[in-house]
Design a protein around this ligand. Structure first.
Ligand code: NAD
Length: 270
């Protein structure tokens, strides 16, 4: 059976952990060559080694980049094109949730700026260089390869819902990711470049679990989750895979919520 991403190549940011790591492994299992990008190069290298061992027929390469730096983002997109000959999928997934991110009164400007630099500008630059690369993708009808590609930007359920446990900069950055993704989708729709966002619910990954570092803090959230549990990173990766493949070929400007029903919830079951 040919994989759903056979002959395609993908760049995934934040690929050393959580959603990015699970997506890298899943995309590779479907035949994609993958560039795993992370600020933590050791973590990205570990991910690439797992893929190489499990799926020797695909290329998996690790590269270091801080997505908060434009020159880093440009250089990893260039690397993907050089190594794989094309870029079909750009998954702008890296993000931070700073422990000092709080409400309007307590959040320092440097925390706001750092969060925007990584969560918002990082996604903008990822989109910018992916668009430039995707415009040049070689066409190969026999292999089903076309110009353009799929850009997926990780937002969050908090982009659409308010929380009385505030992380103001994070929430604002993710709301902006939603708005930016919609607009990019419209601007580039006629170029065969699709842009969708994915909004995970609360997940059992280091990003959230390090933040909710006591059982009390976790219980404060769990009561609001319809399924009564945190999500797994791989459950979001499966959604990203759908957006990455041509199975979602008529979807652009869409926010794909993988949140265990959280954003549809008024009262949770008991
Ligand atoms: P994670 O902490 O498991 O992984 C994030 C990865 O991003 C890490 O490997 C980290 O080294 C990397 N990273 C951090 N800053 C970077 C930078 N400047 N440049 C490059 N890489 C960087 O987190 P996760 O839960 O998999 O989160 C992935 C995305 O999902 C983030 O954008 C996050 O905001 C979003 N999200 C997470 C949750 C959740 O509950 N975990 C919910 C909604 C949205």
């Amino acid at each position: 059976m040919p994989g759903r991403l056979q002959h395609r190549s993908a760049l995934i940011t934040g690929a050393g952990s959580g959603i990015g790591l699970e997506s890298s492994i899943l995309f590779a299992s479907e035949g994609a060559n993958v560039l795993l990008v992370d600020i933590n190069i050791e973590a990205a290298q570990k991910g690439a080694a797992i893929i190489t061992q499990r799926y020797p027929n695909v290329k998996a390469i690790a590269a270091k980049a801080d997505v908060g730096k434009e020159e880093d983002v440009k250089s990893v997109v260039d690397k993907a094109v050089k190594e794989f000959g094309r870029l079909d999928v750009m998954f702008n997934n890296a993000g931070i949730m700073h422990p000092a991110d709080d409400n309007a009164l307590n959040t320092e400007e440097r925390i706001w700026d750092l969060t925007m630099q990584i969560n918002l500008k990082g996604v903008w630059w990822g989109c910018k260089y992916a668009i430039l690369a995707m415009r040049e993708n070689p066409v190969d009808e026999a292999k089903g390869l076309h110009k353009g590609g799929s850009i997926i930007n990780t937002a969050s359920f908090v982009a659409s819902m308010g929380a009385a446990t505030p992380q103001l900069a994070y929430t604002a950055s993710k709301g902006a990711v939603l708005a930016m993704s919609r607009e990019l989708a419209m601007v580039h729709a006629r170029e065969g470049i699709r842009v969708n966002s994915i909004s995970p619910g609360p997940l059992k990954t280091p990003l959230l679990m390090d933040f909710l570092n006591t059982q009390e803090k976790r219980d404060r959230r769990l009561v609001h989750l319809p399924m009564g549990r945190f999500g797994e990173a791989v459950e979001v990766a499966k959604g990203a895979l759908f957006l990455a493949t041509d199975e979602s070929s008529y979807m652009t400007g869409f926010d794909f919520k993988v949140d265990g029903g959280l954003s549809s919830c008024y009262v949770t079951p008991v």
